[in-house]
Design a binder for this molecule. Structure first.
Ligand SMILES: [Zn+2]
Length: 207
């Protein structure tokens, strides 16, 4: 049994994904047997995480900010990169999905992170999605094609259908990434080649 404070730290670590009771205890014991400088550095870095890394105000991706001089709007590297194709916008559910698509190297355009998917079971409806902001971006930035890269799950498909309908009036073509990513799986865990193919083989119409 670990001493009380060590258990406090272990309980906190257990709140991270993939960390169970045993792994948390292993981490705590490892930290206690390492140089104290490691825990100090870790604590400092964690404390600054929310201060230095903030959501991009344009797309929802994560952006590095200098806390001394916060620029407005806060933009991520992708939004700030003039070499990106502004006519192509990829809509994803989460930042993890954006990172997975970036790793595949198949996307030349920019992104929009929805933050959630419509889910009747969890009580998330169309009004809970940032559709107004998405439409505004499409119009303001002259987006010609919206690639919907929501996951191949029930909620992901429902969201893709909703987007095809809701974005029709913007004049942008709405396409859906091709299947190939196993149904119900997270894009995050799809391999880069599969994801690259899914984007290259995207389809328009009928969602
Ligand atoms: Zn951005």
């Amino acid at each position: 049994m670990l001493p009380r404070h060590a258990r406090v730290v272990a309980r906190l670590l257990e709140r991270l994904p993939g960390v169970g009771e045993r792994t948390a205890a292993r981490y705590v014991l490892h930290l206690l047997s390492s140089e104290p400088a490691l825990t100090t550095a870790l604590a400092r870095a964690l404390e600054e995480l929310h201060v230095r890394v903030r959501p991009c105000e344009r797309c929802g991706n994560l952006a590095e900010v200098d806390p001394e001089r916060v620029e407005s709007p806060i933009l991520c590297d992708i939004c700030a990169d003039p070499r990106r194709d502004g006519s192509l916008l990829c809509v994803v559910a989460r930042v993890q999905d954006l990172s997975a698509i970036e790793r595949s190297g198949a996307m030349r355009g920019r992104y929009f992170v929805l933050g959630k998917l419509v889910s009747p079971l969890e009580g998330v409806g169309p009004d809970d999605l940032p559709l107004e902001r998405l439409r505004a971006r499409i119009v303001e930035e002259g987006v010609r094609e919206v690639i919907v890269a929501t996951p191949p799950s029930v909620d992901g498909e429902a969201t893709a259908l909703l987007l095809a309908r809701e974005l029709a009036q913007t004049g942008a073509q709405v396409s859906r990434i091709a299947s190939g990513v196993p149904h119900g799986s997270d894009l995050e865990f799809a391999d880069q080649v599969t994801l690259g193919r899914a984007i290259a083989g995207r389809r328009t119409g009928g969602a």
